[in-house]
Design a protein around this ligand. Structure first.
Ligand SMILES: O=C(O)CCC(=O)C(=O)O
Ligand SMILES: [Fe+2]
Length: 652
């Protein structure tokens, strides 16, 4: 119910690390479990931030001590940082059915006080340098030789309204050249260039020389009125980057994201332009910078697969034909298991219209699927034994050497049993065979994606890693819920609610889950008990907030649930007759589209054209595979929901 969602949000407000100050570490971004001062792990990732669409525009970010810029100053003064109001979630339009229907996809606020930025000390490796392979001289020298204004701020992938704000605000803090004054600029003056989609295929030098001309650049200073010369939203898909060209621009670099944030523009990836960039098409420059940035911050952490199919690695393999290669290399045992997998449910709910990164709105719905047979009975038993102990008595609590009372859905709730951090770390770093088997089969089932662990640390914390709270994050959650345990509605994570100072946002921007070409946030869950009679209850519940309807999934040994992470859901506690805990193991993943849609992440091969076409037609990605047929539509996802039951007979 909507109220319920409000309560969930309310219960969390102020308790996130990025919302409530330093004592709130326990809830921050813990799509995962972690140790913390509150000694509680959280099933939900960004539940606290899950408030209402009406707040979606307000990031409430203030600048000041400990402000959020994640400047990673390079030796040449570049900074790696980012995000953008362009991709900032906007209020979600209501879907069918009316009602308040607030979808909690929008990030309510992105308070950043307390986030400490890595210092711009020389110890930090130069992000610009890693992008280009070496610390190259900046573009200034070659540019001035060409008669192009040496000092420029080149904004790529920013929406027109963002550029308007920047043009308005920047002159107050930096000497910005007047509109059209670019050949060459006055000494010390910065020219401000907004790059349109049409300009992405120009080299940096070409873009600068054509800036203000009919080629589509938005000019300096006040270019807001230039009609079709304003940066088009299409450029956002390539990524949001600010190139700092020349010493004057680079002086501003370390501060730029702070400024953008102060002005209400979500930061972006900021990098020094190098001489090498001068002759590269901007699209390529953006892709290379984003690749380097993703590598530097380890944003893409491919799951471990069987050796034969390890081509899932985001960095591995030639671009072409990888998908086929992965299928060919499928272990015959995995292929045999996959041939017997049954899709019991493929469903859509929680629908509405959401802003796309292109500036328009798209139809959206979240999805859940239930698969039986993805792991064998022997593998299920092996995994349960690995997570507990061989021969463990499952009528009693889980063994305390692997489990602790440390798992919560909401701050303040009593904790339930969760896996200890070292076990969670082992699941990622040294997974037992059943985990590798499941991951390999999922990778085979979804060849269009590179399956990665959610980079929980990078998403949760200020870049640079640990803050002062000694929080250990994990991309796995173990649940052993008992009768009477508190279980609350939550979402696991949502790409619209990642903190703005996180390198994830700098690279991928803000977007609603399922945006084409952007990583899909997916949770994978497996039920592990040997048996689970009906009377034990403990179903997983899924909610369509707008209609207050939903669906449930009964635990069954080895059953796997896939859900898009922004869908509200909860465990229901086992009944009194359940003799022991109900075990589930949960993966929090990001599925990175292989085609990349200009993302420049360099993964794998092309998507299956049929699949890609279907997605394009739908306007979004989904874990429900087209070959499974149309998903069952529930609540707001059912276009017939809310039609009049009684239609008066037509008078003749
Ligand atoms: O075990 C379940 O039914 C759901 C668990 C869950 O929602 C989580 O761990 O985030
Ligand atoms: Fe969850």
């Amino acid at each position: 119910m909507v109220q319920m969602t409000i309560q969930v949000a309310g219960a969390f407000s102020g308790s996130l690390r990025w919302g409530g100050g330093s004592s709130s570490a326990a809830t921050a971004g813990c799509c995962v479990q972690h140790t913390s001062p509150l000694a509680a792990a959280c099933r939900s990732g960004w539940t606290a931030a899950r408030t209402f669409a009406s707040h979606g525009m307000n990031h409430n970010i203030t600048r000041g001590a400990g402000s959020l810029v994640c400047a990673e100053a390079s030796t040449s003064g570049a900074s790696a940082s980012a995000s953008s109001r362009a991709q900032r979630p906007r209020p979600r339009r209501q879907g069918t059915g009316g009602g308040s229907g607030q979808q909690a996809r929008a990030r309510a606020s992105t308070p950043c006080a307390g986030a400490t930025a890595p210092s711009s000390s020389s110890s930090s490796s130069s992000f610009a340098a890693s992008a280009s392979g070496s610390v190259a001289p900046t573009a200034a020298a070659s540019a001035s030789a060409a008669g192009v204004n040496a000092d420029s701020l080149v904004f790529i992938g920013f929406h027109p309204e963002e550029m308007d704000i920047i043009r308005q605000q920047l002159p107050a803090v930096a000497p910005v050249a007047a509109a059209g004054a670019q050949q060459p600029g006055e000494v010390g003056m910065l020219s401000l260039v907004g790059v349109t989609e049409a300009m992405l295929d120009l080299t940096l030098r070409e873009a600068l020389t054509s800036s203000g001309s009919s080629s589509g650049a938005s000019g300096d200073g006040n270019g807001g009125e230039q009609g079709d010369q304003r940066p088009s939203n299409g450029a956002v898909a390539a990524g949001r980057v600010v190139l700092l060209r020349g010493g004057g621009a680079q002086e501003l670099g370390g501060e730029l994201n702070d400024l953008l944030t102060e002005w209400g523009v979500v930061p972006a990836l900021v990098a020094a332009a190098t001489a090498r960039h001068e002759s590269m098409p901007l699209r390529q420059v953006v892709a290379a910078l984003r690749d380097a940035h993703a590598r530097y911050y380890e944003l893409l952490q491919p799951v471990k697969l069987r050796d034969s199919s390890s081509s899932n690695a985001a960095t591995a393999g030639p671009a072409a034909g990888q998908q086929q290669q992965q299928q060919q290399q499928l272990d015959p045992a995995d292929a045999a298991v996959l041939a017997d997998v049954r899709v019991l449910l493929s469903a859509a709910l929680d629908a509405g219209e959401v802003p796309s990164i292109h500036g328009d709105y798209r139809r959206d719905a979240a999805h859940v699927a239930v698969l039986d047979g993805l792991v064998t009975e022997a593998e299920r038993a092996e995994l349960l034994a690995w997570l507990t102990a061989p021969g463990h008595n499952h009528a009693g609590p889980p063994p305390e050497d692997k489990w602790e009372m440390a798992c919560v859905d909401r701050v303040g709730d009593n904790a339930t049993w969760g896996l200890r951090p070292e076990v969670l770390a082992a699941l990622r770093d040294d997974p037992p065979p059943p985990v590798v088997a499941l991951q390999s089969r999922l990778a085979a089932l979804y060849p269009e994606y590179t399956l990665c662990h959610m980079p929980a640390q990078q998403i949760s914390d200020a870049p640079g890693g640990d803050d002062d709270t000694d929080t250990t994050l994990s991309c796995f959650v173990g649940n052993a819920v008992m009768h009477g345990d508190p279980c609350a509605w939550h979402v696991d994570a949502d790409p619209t609610t990642v903190p703005p100072y996180s390198p994830w946002v700098h690279n991928f921007g803000y977007y609603h889950n399922r945006e084409l070409g952007r990583p899909l946030f997916v949770t994978v869950l497996i039920y592990l008990n040997d048996t689970w009679p009906e009377d034990n209850h403990a179903e997983t519940l899924f909610l369509d907030p707008e209609t207050q309807l939903g669906l449930f999934v009964r635990p069954a040994p080895g059953r796997v649930v896939l859900m898009e992470q922004d869908m509200p859901h909860r465990i229901s506690a086992p009944s009194r007759v359940a003799p022991g805990p109900r075990y589930s193991l949960v993966w929090k993943q990001v599925w990175v589209p292989r085609e990349g849609q200009g993302q420049g992440q360099g993964q794998g091969g092309p998507r299956d054209p049929a699949c890609a076409d279907q997605e394009r037609a739908a306007g979004f990605q989904s874990l429900c595979r087209p070959e499974w047929g149309e998903p069952v539509r529930i609540g707001s996802a059912n276009r017939n929901a809310g039609i009049r039951a009684y239609q008066p007979p037509v008078q003749q």
